[in-house]
Design a protein around this ligand. Structure first.
Ligand SMILES: [Fe+2]
Ligand SMILES: [Fe+2]
Length: 197
């Protein structure tokens, strides 16, 4: 797999139309959850930067990512507060919890799995924000979610590239595809709600 060749990676199955319908019907709840998701994404990037201080390119990428996700958080919070919506408490995200359980704890696999789980989560985020951008009618929100989609699209590719740089190359494609298969199955079993996952 050439560094830029992402085509051999199993695509995530499209989310059902009922998901975007549900999210748009209760858009306030979706915004509350979206804010939490961005905050957690920033925290995850900081955690990665802290755990691998000797991997300088990874630290640099994670510091940039933490700031970018925090900017997303600020933008979503502005949308919430502008609508006088009270932010919700962070909920336990069954989707992320289940995916994180797929991370093998052995030293040789731990970083690879963390990076590839992050890639899968970001890729699903990009897919779902893309659906919001496509179906929402408000022009400014459409523009906002199109920008978020482009950003999350870059993020999943960043995590794959970091795996490429830091892990055994021959394992990346196979492991990503295993995790993508797991994620596709997981998404089909979780209840549909006005949340990102
Ligand atoms: Fe984000
Ligand atoms: Fe992201």
């Amino acid at each position: 797999m050439a560094k830029s060749d992402l085509s051999k990676l199993v695509p995530l199955l499209p989310s059902p139309k009922t998901w975007v319908d549900t999210a748009l019907q209760d858009f306030e709840s979706f915004l509350q959850d979206h804010a939490s998701a961005e905050k957690k994404a920033s925290g995850m990037a900081l955690s990665m930067a802290s755990h691998y201080p000797d991997r300088l390119d990874l630290v640099s990428a994670m510091v940039d990512l933490a700031v970018e996700e925090l900017n997303h958080y600020r933008e979503v919070m502005r949308l919430l507060l502008g609508r006088k919506i009270v932010p919700s408490a962070d909920r336990k995200d069954a989707y992320v919890t289940q995916l994180n359980k797929q991370v093998r704890k052995d030293a040789e696999y731990f970083l690879l799995d963390r990076l590839l789980v992050a890639a899968v989560v970001e890729r699903r985020g990009a897919e779902r924000f893309g659906l919001i951008a496509e179906h929402i009618t408000d022009p400014s929100l459409k523009k906002f979610y199109a920008a978020i989609t482009a950003s999350e699209e870059r993020h999943w590719q960043l995590f794959v590239e970091l795996a490429w740089a830091h892990c055994a190359v021959d394992e990346i494609e196979q492991r990503f595809n295993e995790l993508a298969d797991y994620e596709n199955n997981l998404v089909s079993t979780l209840p549909i709600a006005a949340t990102l996952h």
